[in-house]
Design a protein around this ligand. Structure first.
Ligand code: C5P
Length: 222
């Protein structure tokens, strides 16, 4: 029998990470943070001195990536070649690197099998951009979680402030709009809702409200 997968796709700052973590905890299902994989590739490039647009170098790095995810009390920890990079990949720079390497089709291809390995019993919550459209096309529940760019910029600012990074709101809004445009307009797996996705706009919804909508959808599909 096939392992059930709930896909949570959408732009950055829509609340995918929080919702996915809560779902995974509540349902005791595995969690795939696919953005972290792209972030690790970008980070590995920086460490290796490879430019994010150097296709052969970035592709080789993605193919040979020695990455490990482990759950801790604080969430999922990420290690690259045995070194903890959980914090390092979460920076604004880490997001830029991820978005830059994610436009390379060979990189996406290299990460495909790795992502599918996360689908193990009793189920998987898959957080990303193309979980429902490309990686898990047969998933029984696909959520496209979105929010206004302004709301996402404000949430991102709070997150960065908690990390001790201060970035002005207009700059964050600009960066979010730029990243949206790049993610939506790239040829390889652009950020678009899967045909059979349910869209939830979280601009005016609390985390709990979004969570209960997703759980209702899941229940109604058995
Ligand atoms: O979700 P997160 O902000 O960590 O993702 C960072 C970047 O990685 C995104 O802006 C996007 O460009 C890329 N990404 C992707 N496909 C995914 C997950 C992330 O292209 N499934």
């Amino acid at each position: 029998t096939r392992v059930p997968v709930i896909c949570i796709d959408g732009p950055s700052g829509a609340g995918k990470g929080t919702i996915s973590q809560r779902l995974s905890t509540q349902l005791h299902w595995h969690l795939l943070d696919s953005g972290a994989l792209y972030r690790v590739v970008g980070h590995a490039c920086t460490l290796a001195g490879a430019a994010w647009d150097d296709v052969p170098a970035v592709t080789a790095i993605a193919r040979n990536l020695d990455v490990a995810f482990s759950s801790t009390e604080a969430g999922v920890a990420v290690a690259l070649s045995g070194e903890d990079v959980t914090d390092a990949i979460r920076s604004e720079f880490g997001g830029q690197g991820a978005s830059a390497v994610a436009v390379i089709p060979e990189v996406r291809e290299a990460l495909l099998a790795r992502q599918r390995e996360f689908a193990r019993a009793p189920g998987l919550i898959a957080d990303g951009r193309d979980m429902g459209s490309v990686v898990f096309p047969d998933a029984p529940l696909k959520i496209f979680l979105t929010a206004s760019a302004e709301a996402r910029a404000e949430r991102r600012q709070v997150q960065l402030m908690q990390r001790g990074e201060s970035v002005s709101l207009p700059r964050l809004l600009g960066a979010i709009q730029e990243r949206d445009a790049r993610d939506s307009n790239r040829d390889a797996s652009p950020l678009v809702p899967a045909d059979d996705a349910t869209t939830i706009d979280s601009t005016r919804l609390s985390i709990d409200a979004v969570l209960s909508r997703v759980l209702n959808e899941a229940a109604s599909r058995g």
